[in-house]
Structure formats: C-alpha cells, structure tokens
Design a protein around this ligand. Structure first.
Ligand code: TYM
Length: 325
C-alpha cells in the first residue's frame, strides 16, 4: 500500500499543516510511502526564487525532523521531467469546468483579483499537477487536510476517465482525512483556515516560531463573550479551534478535552503549553538538519531517484496508451 502526500513551500509550515498532515505522515508512514515538498505548486502565486529554494530546504528538513523516513522524502521539482508530460496528458483529460469548480482556485483567484495581481494559469491547473503527482506514483491513499480533499477527488475522476478512455494505467487513489486537526483555523480570524500565506501572521502558529511567540499568539487568540465552555464550532469558532488544536495535540476529541477546564484562560494556557511541547523538539531538529547542507542534499538525491524510478514505467505506459510514444 502506497500513501503519498505533499506540502507546498508557499510560506513557513504552521501547526495546521503539522497536526493535520505532517505528524500523521510520520506516525503512519510505511516503507512504500512517498512524502514530498511541492515546490512547483509554490510557483502558482507570486514568489521569490531564492525564498522558494530556501523554504523548500526548510520544509524538507521539517519532514525529516518530524520523523518521516528520509528515503521516502523527495522534492517535487526533481521529478519535473516526468511530471511535465504527465500533467499535459491529464490536462487534456480534464474539462475546463471541472478545474474551475475547485474551491481553492475560486478563493485564491479572488484574493489575487482583490490585490490587483494577475491570476496565473498555473493556479488554475494546480490540481491537475497534483493529480499527476498522485497518479504517477500509483498512490492508493492520499492523507490530506479537508482543504485538499476536493483536489484528490479530481485525481480520482481523471484516473478513472483515462483508464476507461485509453486503457488501464492508473491506480484510483482515495483521500484520507484525520479525525482531529483536519481544519485548524486562524487564531485571530477563526472563520478562515490557518494559512501559510496569511497576510497577518498574528493568528498563525508557525512550527519554527520561538516558544514565547507561540505563547503570545495563543494568548491573543480571539474567543467570544459567552463564557460557555463547550465545543460548538458554529457558535463559538474561536474556542472550538483552540479545543481542536488541544485535542489534536493530545490525541483526543475536542469534546473530551473541554471537560477538563473551567475558563477560556485555562484553555489558552493548556493550548500554549501543548503546542510548545509539540513543536520545540521539532524546531531543534530542523535547525540541526539545516546546519548540515551536504547531508540534506544527499537525502534529497536518494529520495528523488527512488521516486523517479518508481514513476518511469507508468509514464511510458501512459504516453503509449495516449498515442504519443
Ligand atoms: P498545503 O501545503 O497547502 O498543505 C499541506 C497539508 O496541510 C494540510 N493543511 C491543513 N490541515 C489542517 N488545518 C489547516 N489549516 C491546514 N492547512 C493546510 C493540507 O490539507 C495538506 O494536507 N497542493 C498541496 C500539496 C500537494 C499534494 C500533492 C498533496 C501537491 N501535490 C499530491 C497531496 C498529494 C498543498 O499545497 O498542500
């Protein structure tokens, strides 16, 4: 069984990425799994090449520091020679309307329009590249947070369509979302998801933030004036979000954890300590890995070769079936 997933270096990793995704990949990962830094997806909105490169390294180090087996980790652009052709084949199997329906595209393109910056075609085709990532490797399961489930659904549709139109080439993947921490929200704007590229970092707990900064951000989290200690995401989104973070840290459900506290302040203190305890050792290991660039390069090369070897046969089958090789 192959699980595959990725994280985009569009900003520093936050606690939502960690609790909703990376930590699970580390805990549940098997020898056939693949986890990668999707740097090509980081080009779909305005970016600085040097920052993209350094964030890619930082994320690669974060995946390894989180405990994912180093030989199952790679960088997406190291597979560009295979992903380029496969993305084109899949784009030619994907209807315009299917891509246009993607919620993330609608949200991100609206943000760009709001800022007055052009919407890149790459932002529109982003889910098709993601389908290529998944289908190239024959992944059975794709562990993601809620926000990516729709993209995995598109990959399923494209796999089935290709298989039935041109011949069996792809495994039909399925998304798996975590029971807790699937959608961590911004602490200052709890109706929005926590986002690496949020304009204001006050509501985003970054994995590499200093412990004191994490504590300050939690202390300033928006709650409400109801004074009811219950898990009610619709009516009390701020408190519910804090409970979700706490629950994900402790491996419990939000309703289980809420019983142990008698004030919002107590909940915040508990969240701050749980997050610091979870992230401080990770931050230390990331630092150590970044201090040895040659070793990081070596790990990157090994993982990239392994993934490229795995994908080569499927790509040639697909091109042959599609009539172009
Ligand atoms: P990305 O970098 O946006 O997110 C990485 C993972 O973190 C999850 N996530 C969250 N989970 C809980 N709460 C949040 N606030 C939150 N924000 C993000 C995401 O669901 C994801 O699992 N396009 C993908 C990367 C990608 C990919 C792939 C994933 C590229 N190719 C192939 C799976 C398979 C992305 O940008 O994720």
């Amino acid at each position: 069984m192959t699980r595959l997933s990725a994280i985009t270096p569009s900003g520093p990793t936050h606690v939502g990425n960690y609790l909703g995704a990376v930590r699970r990949w580390a805990r549940e990962g098997g020898p056939d799994d693949l986890y990668f830094v999707s740097d090509l997806h980081g080009m779909t909105t305005p970016y600085h090449p040097q920052k993209l490169r350094s964030r890619t390294r930082e994320l690669l180090a974060t995946l390894i520091a989180a405990g994912i087996a180093p030989d199952t980790v790679f960088v997406q652009s190291d597979l560009l020679p295979q992903l380029g052709p496969l993305t084109w084949v899949l784009e030619c199997s994907c209807a315009f309307g299917e891509a246009a329906r993607m919620t993330q595209f609608k949200e991100k393109s609206a943000d760009r329009t709001h800022e007055g910056t052009p919407v890149r075609v790459g932002l529109f085709t982003y889910p098709v590249l993601m389908a290529a990532d998944i289908l190239l490797q024959g992944a059975d399961e794709v562990p993601v947070g809620d926000d990516q489930a729709q993209h995995v659904e598109l990959a399923r549709v494209l796999a089935r369509r290709f298989n039935s139109t041109y011949g069996e080439a792809f495994v039909v993947p399925r998304a798996v979302t975590p029971p807790a921490g699937a959608r961590i929200r911004d602490l200052t704007e709890p109706t929005r998801k926590m986002d690496k590229s949020a304009r204001d970092a006050a509501g985003v707990l970054f994995v590499l933030d200093e412990p004191d900064l994490l504590r300050r951000k939690v202390k300033r989290a928006v709650t409400d004036s109801m004074g009811r200690l219950e898990y009610r995401p619709d009516d009390q989104p701020g408190l519910a979000n804090l409970l979700e973070i706490l629950a994900a840290c402790h491996g419990k459900s939000p309703r289980e954890v809420v019983a142990g506290y008698s004030s919002y302040g107590e909940v915040k203190d508990a969240v701050a300590e749980a997050v610091v305890e979870e992230l401080a050792p990770l931050r230390e290991r990331v630092r150590e890995l970044l201090a040895d660039p040659a070793e990081l390069d070596r790990i990157r090369a090994v993982g990239g070769e392994r993934a490229a070897e795995r994908g080569a046969h499927r790509l040639s089958t697909v091109l042959r079936l599609a009539g172009v090789a």
